[in-house]
Design a protein around this ligand. Structure first.
Ligand code: ADP
Ligand code: MG
Length: 344
């Protein structure tokens, strides 16, 4: 779940996500052959494939098997001798809400297949493999944020990610503040095509400026380009947010989140009326700050709220949102959790 820094990862910038206390658990038993067989309590169908000869991910049925096939293929490409398993997937991550259930699935499946093969990859390599699996399974050219947060999360901390060096720096979340997520009740729409279009626009802007990525641009370079302007200003906000969190300055941290939302709404144009309404209600109700999270186009917002206020604000926001939009908001408090791990 991203606290700040949206649409910056694929321009080698900075973002500050955290792994949350929702998880995808893959329970498995080894098989004598190389058949990977998986069911999920959240998605229909049985995935069955030969890990010695994994199919093209885009052709796999049921659809969620694409992620499994992509991970199996990429592991094979990296020289991991595949072993079969019977797996069941259990998840508490909302699907399609912008909280990266797909990244959680890719990372969990990668961990299971690695364990089954008695092989190991460095955490960063697991994240890179999971990112490549997302590309192969969906065609969406996502950045590294979701998968790296899923692998490298640290309980009680957000992660400042430098998406050029791919280093993660844990930043302690101060006591007394809660992280409130509110689902708008609107599924994300158009996210794949619009995401790819935004990414292309940013790449074109970087080419025009003669820089490797918009991370290397300064505000004066992008004054007349709203998409690039968002990325450049968002990078500055992500870094300032990490500093503010470190020094316990929640007022500043919250202000940066609200400025991020305004930039995503007005410059990057990935918000929706529902997300704007939620952010507005949360801010007016006393949140330190609020913003859309995930790539936009529906899904969830996130707010930093004083512990003492969070449950009342969640309830009030749900009521007021229902009255304003006729839709049902689902608020829930999340805590920063450790990233992926294997257990025997
Ligand atoms: P998000 O990552 O924001 O939740 P995506 O559209 O990127 O949304 O990913 C959702 C897809 O990931 C689902 O449609 C499904 O294919 C797959 N997925 C996520 N969680 C699970 C799960 N627990 N079991 C099977 N497939 C899952
Ligand atoms: Mg996803």
């Amino acid at each position: 779940m991203n606290l700040i820094g949206d649409h910056t990862d694929y321009q080698e910038g900075w973002c500050v996500p955290m792994a949350i206390d929702r998880e995808v658990v893959v329970t498995w038993t080894a098989r004598p052959d190389a058949i990977v067989r998986a069911t999920s309590d959240g998605q229909p169908g049985v995935v069955e494939l030969d890990a010695n000869d994994p199919p093209d991910p885009r052709t796999v049925e049921p659809r969620w098997g694409s992620y499994v096939a992509a991970v199996a293929r990429l592991l094979q490409d990296r020289g991991v001798t595949p072993r079969g398993l019977d797996a069941s997937v259990h998840s508490t991550v909302p699907v399609g809400a912008g909280l990266s259930s797909s990244a959680a699935l890719e990372v969990a499946v990668a961990c299971a297949l690695l364990d089954a093969a008695d092989a190991e990859l460095a955490p960063l390599d697991v994240a890179l493999l999971a990112q490549a699996a997302e590309h192969a399974a969906t065609g969406v050219p996502c950045g590294i944020m979701d998968q790296l947060a899923s692998v490298s999360g640290r309980a009680g901390h957000a992660l400042l990610i430098d998406c050029r060096s791919l280093t993660t720096t844990p930043v302690l979340i101060p006591t007394g503040v809660a992280v409130l997520v509110v689902h708008s009740g609107v599924d994300r729409a158009l996210v794949d095509s619009e995401y790819a279009a935004r990414r292309e626009a940013c790449e074109a802007a970087a080419r025009r400026l003669g820089v490797l990525a918009l991370r290397d641009a300064v505000p004066a370079d992008v004054r007349d380009d709203p998409f690039a302007r968002h990325v450049v200003s968002e990078n500055a906000r992500a870094l300032a947010f990490a500093d503010a969190l470190r020094s316990g300055d929640l007022r500043t941290a919250g202000g940066l989140m609200s400025a991020s939302h305004a930039s995503l709404r007005d410059d990057f144009r990935v918000s929706t009326p529902e997300l704007d309404t939620l952010v507005d209600l949360l801010e007016r109700g006393g949140a330190h700050g609020a913003r859309l999270t995930g790539a936009g186009f529906g899904g969830c917002v996130v707010a930093l709220v004083a512990d003492a206020r969070v449950h009342a604000l969640a309830a009030e926001t749900a009521v007021d949102y229902g009255a304003a939009t006729g839709r049902t908001a689902t608020p829930f408090v999340v805590r920063a959790a450790d990233g992926a791990r294997s257990e025997v």
